[in-house]
Design a protein around this ligand. Structure first.
Ligand code: RB5
Length: 146
C-alpha cells in the first residue's frame, strides 16, 4: 500500500518506529519528515501528507505529533481527507469500519510504540463497512464550509 507519513518533533521518535514497521511489512512508504528532534510546526507536515492523500497519490496517511490533536485538526481541512485521532485498537478499528478514515493521527507523547504499531496494522487492514455509514459520510461531505 502507498502510505504517506509525517510528524513534528513530538512525534519524531514514534514515526521512526512506525516507518521501520511499515517497510518491514512491505509497504511503499513516503516519509515527509520531520527528520530530527528540533522544534518544528506540525501544520507543515500535516499539509504534505494531507495533500498527498487528498489528491489520491497515497491510499493512507499517518500523522504523529505530541498529542495527535494538531495534526488531525490541520489534516481535516483538506478535501477528501478523513483524519481520525486514535488512542487504542478500538478507535483505530472503528475509524475504518464506521468513518472510512484515510489518515491515522496519533500522539507520540500519549501512546507507547507497542500499541501504536498494532493500531497502524489494524488501521491498514480493516475495511470500511459501508451501508448506513456511507450515508453519514455523505452528510459530512455536503458541509463544505471551510
Ligand atoms: C508541540 O509542542 C505540540 O504542540 C504538538 O506536537 C502537538 O501536540 C499539537 O497538537
Amino acid at each position: 500500500m502507498k502510505i504517506a507519513i509525517g510528524a513534528d518533533h513530538g512525534g519524531f521518535d514514534l514515526k521512526k518506529t512506525i516507518v521501520g514497521i511499515l517497510k518491514a511489512l512491505g509497504h511503499d512508504v513516503t516519509d515527509f519528515g520531520c527528520h530530527g528532534t528540533e522544534s518544528v510546526d506540525y501544520p507543515d507536515f500535516a499539509e504534505k501528507v494531507a495533500i498527498g492523500v487528498s489528491e489520491g497519490i497515497f491510499e493512507r496517511g499517518i500523522l504523529i505529533c505530541g498529542t495527535g490533536i494538531g495534526m488531525s485538526m490541520a489534516a481535516n481541512r483538506f478535501p477528501n481527507v478523513r483524519c481520525a485521532l486514535c488512542h487504542n485498537l478500538y478507535t483505530a478499528r472503528l475509524s475504518r469500519e464506521h468513518n472510512d478514515a484515510n489518515i491515522l493521527a496519533m500522539g507520540g507523547r500519549v501512546i507507547g510504540a507497542g500499541i501504536a504499531a498494532e493500531m497502524v496494522k489494524v488501521f491498514l487492514e480493516t475495511a470500511f463497512e459501508g451501508g448506513r455509514h456511507t450515508r453519514r459520510l455523505d452528510k459530512i461531505n455536503a458541509f463544505n464550509r471551510c
